[in-house]
Every structure is written in structure tokens, then in C-alpha cells.
Design a protein around this ligand. Structure first.
Ligand SMILES: O=C(O)[C@@H](O)[C@@H](O)[C@H](O)[C@H](O)CO
Ligand SMILES: [Mg+2]
Length: 422
């Protein structure tokens, strides 16, 4: 391709030079193979299509409508290669910037466009992101149980499966239910009813239960496995400082969502009391939710992930910003994030400098059948595979056999009836 002469109109040269691939279609597929997933499929005039996860647990149809009613028609005719331009169009063009619904919709478009770009280039997406920065992605599994003994026994099973990192969530004596304890130990789905289930919570009972859990786990599992715990937004900063300090002898890999993070300065108080590493951010949807936490090094791991934080393009910017401040990634990976998000996250995890750990709550066989994928687990690590693009697809015929089922996340009340955090 001849280089433009200085006086040629560079825009005209660029406009003619770039090999355009026109977006010809964009559609939303809602399916419920055991739980609801929302997938965006973008088609192009090259015959190549891409997929993006748009699932927001309990608010799935809001994102489906945002895409169908406000985004998809805007994509038709655009050059699928222009990912950043389309991202900026959807972000700035929304006017009402940020928020979980908007950013999940933008994430789905962004992810599908990276899938297309990889397929057209004949390369797995991680190669487009700078190639592998590591051989594999360390993941953590979810050990849980009705009590300490059951949880530790389940953790031993995860260790036997080869996991190098295991999250511990146990029932709390005196409470009928708590976060993270599933009926069948493996496939945890918190959105358990059409309308929100009302659970009862007691911080005092919970705080009494966690140190004995870690003491028993270290005794049974030893020190060669990382142990994690999720407080799920339920402590005040000083309570989080207390729990972090009490867990220090057991060297947790992280204490997650110790306290709600709307007020990012809350974490200063926790930092004053404990060296237990802190992780936060699975409900964040943009860099702005974490800017102070990262700049002041109030956290050690940022949990934001592809589907809820604007896709691969935005999450890379967030990860690079975090890298400047010694904060590593720890992407959310619960079962309510589809295999499309898991695949995209693994390409992202493989390619960035400051990777920490990837959550991997296995999907059911039903879900895996709807979303065939190339990613694999072995010896505590995962790899996205080397198929062009993301290496994941959606079987539309099978997806159509699982119609949407309304489901809501639970809520918590304190024992005196006060509305609290779930
Ligand atoms: O760390 C986690 O995976 C949890 O916080 C999630 O299970 C979270 O409760 C769900 O994704 C909510 O839908
Ligand atoms: Mg969590």
C-alpha cells in the first residue's frame, strides 16, 4: 500500500486503506440452562460473527432491552474493526454514563468485537492483547459447607482436584443461611426465587465463626494452598479491620468485599488495622468506582470483570492503572457470568502484567452445552485455548430450549428486622 504523500488527505487515505468489515446484524439471545444468561451476537459482511456476555444477575432483561432498544441498530454499518471508536460512541453517546446496565451492554459489544477481530486475524484474542505474559491462569474454587467440618472436607476435595487457591465459605451457627453455601456444594446460584428471598443476618454470629474456620482449614490443608474468603459487603470498616487482624495468623490470600465500597475512603480504616490483603470490585462497572482505592493502595486486588466493567477494552485500562499502584487483578467469575465472559477473562488474565487470580465457579453441564468453549482447567490453572477469537460460542438451537425464568437475588435483614446488605 503506497504511503500517502505529505499533502494527501490522510483521513481519506486512512478511510480507504483500513480493511473494513461491516456490521450487518446484532441480536440478543436470552437463555436459561439452569440460570439466566444474556448473550449478544454481532454478525458482519465477512461471514464472521462474535459473541459477548451481557448477563447482570437479577437484572438480565434490563440489559437485553438496553441492547435491543438502544444499541444494536446503532451498530449496523459500522466497521467492526473500530473497537475503541465504537466503545467511545456507546459510552459518550449514552449521555447517562456508567452504571451496571449501561456498562454491561457496552461490555457485550466490546467483547463480541474482540472475538470478531481475533477470528478475522486467525489469532486467539490474548495474542492481540500482547501475547501470553504467563503459562497459565491460576484460578480459585469455592469450598463451602453447612459447618466448619463440611467446609474443610470440601476444601480438601478441591485440593485433590489440583486447585492452588480455594475460597472458604461456611454456614454460621445460629443463622439459617448465609452467602456462598450451596445446597449441592458445587453449583452455587444465589438468585433462588422470582421475588427476593429475605434472609436473616447477624454480623456478631458471623464474626465469631470465621477465625475457627481458617484455623481448622490451615490445620487440614497446610500452607501450600492459598485460602480466600468473601465477607460479601457485610461489615463496617472497623469490623473488617477486626476480622482482617484475627485472620492474619492464617495468612489469607485475600478478604473480599469486606465493606461496601461506595465510600472508597472506608478502606483507609481497614488498612490502619490489618495487613490481610483486601479484594473488592465485582460490582464495580468502571475505573471511576476504584480510582481512589487504587491510587491510595487501599486494596490489593481489583475484582471488576469483563461483563460488568465495560468489556476487555475498559478492563485493560483499569488493570494498567492498577499496575501503577501495585494492585493486581482478581476477576469475578461466578456462575452468573457466562462461559463467554469466562473465556474473555482468561484471554485478559493471560495477557496482563499484574494478574493475581481468577475466580472459577464451574458452570453446570447444561450451561457448558449451550456455550461450547475451548478453555480448560488442569492442575489449578486455566488457559483460554488457541482457537481464533475468544474460543467460545453459543448453540442457538439449544439455547432456545431454555426460556427465560424470572429470578431475583436475595436480600438480608438483621435479626431486629433492619434492612441490611446481602
Ligand atoms: O465472589 C463471588 O463470586 C460472589 O460475590 C458472587 O457469587 C456474587 O454473590 C454473585 O455473582 C451475585 O450474582
Ligand atoms: Mg464476591
Amino acid at each position: 500500500m503506497p504511503q500517502p504523500k505529505p499533502d494527501e488527505n490522510a483521513r481519506a487515505w486512512h478511510a480507504s486503506a483500513a480493511s473494513k468489515v461491516r456490521i450487518t446484524g446484532a441480536k440478543v439471545i436470552v437463555t436459561c440452562p439452569g440460570r439466566n444468561f444474556v448473550t449478544l451476537k454481532i454478525e458482519t459482511d465477512s461471514g464472521v460473527y462474535g459473541v459477548g456476555d451481557a448477563t447482570l444477575n437479577g437484572r438480565e432483561l434490563a440489559v437485553a432491552s438496553y441492547l435491543t432498544d438502544h444499541v444494536n441498530d446503532c451498530l449496523i454499518g459500522r466497521d467492526a474493526h473500530r473497537i475503541e471508536d465504537i466503545w467511545q460512541f456507546l459510552y459518550r453517546g449514552a449521555y447517562w454514563r456508567r452504571g451496571p446496565v449501561t456498562m454491561a451492554a457496552i461490555a457485550a459489544v466490546d467483547t463480541a468485537l474482540w472475538d470478531i477481530k481475533g477470528k478475522l486475524a486467525g489469532l486467539p484474542v490474548y495474542q492481540l492483547l500482547g501475547g501470553a505474559a504467563r503459562d497459565g491462569v491460576m484460578v480459585y474454587g469455592h469450598a463451602n459447607g453447612a459447618d466448619v467440618d463440611e467446609t474443610v472436607a470440601n476444601a480438601l476435595h478441591y485440593k485433590e482436584l489440583g486447585y492452588k487457591a480455594i475460597r472458604l465459605q461456611s454456614g454460621v451457627p445460629g443463622l439459617a443461611s448465609t452467602y456462598g453455601v450451596s445446597r449441592d456444594r458445587y453449583f452455587y446460584e444465589p438468585a433462588d426465587a422470582r421475588l427476593p428471598t429475605e434472609n436473616i443476618w447477624s454480623t456478631e454470629k458471623y464474626l465469631r465463626s470465621v477465625p475457627p474456620l481458617f484455623e481448622a482449614a490451615r490445620k487440614a490443608l497446610g500452607w501450600d494452598v492459598h485460602l480466600l474468603h468473601d465477607a460479601h459487603h457485610r461489615l463496617t470498616p472497623i469490623e473488617a479491620g477486626r476480622l482482617g487482624k484475627e485472620l492474619e495468623p492464617y495468612r489469607p490470600f485475600w478478604l473480599e468485599d469486606a465493606t461496601p465500597a461506595e465510600n472508597q475512603a472506608n478502606f483507609r480504616l481497614i488498612r490502619q488495622h490489618t495487613t490481610t490483603p483486601l479484594a473488592v470490585g465485582e460490582i464495580f462497572n468502571s475505573i471511576w468506582d476504584a480510582k481512589q482505592l487504587i491510587e491510595e493502595q487501599l486494596i490489593d486486588y481489583i475484582r471488576a470483570t469483563i461483563v460488568h466493567a465495560g468489556g476487555i477494552s475498559h478492563l485493560r485500562k483499569l488493570a494498567n492503572f492498577a499496575d501503577l499502584h501495585n494492585v493486581r487483578t482478581g476477576c469475578h467469575g461466578a456462575t452468573d457470568l457466562s462461559p463467554v465472559c469466562m473465556a474473555a477473562a482468561l484471554h485478559f488474565d493471560l495477557s496482563i502484567a499484574n494478574f493475581g487470580v481468577q475466580e472459577y465457579m464451574r458452570h453446570t453441564a447444561e450451561t457448558d452445552a449451550v456455550f461450547p468453549h475451548h478453555y480448560r482447567f488442569a492442575d489449578g490453572m486455566m488457559h483460554p485455548g488457541d482457537a481464533p477469537g475468544l474460543g467460545v460460542d453459543i448453540d442457538e438451537a439449544l439455547a432456545a430450549q431454555y426460556p427465560y425464568e424470572p429470578a431475583s437475588l436475595p436480600v438480608n435483614r438483621l435479626e431486629d428486622g433492619t434492612m441490611f446488605n446481602w
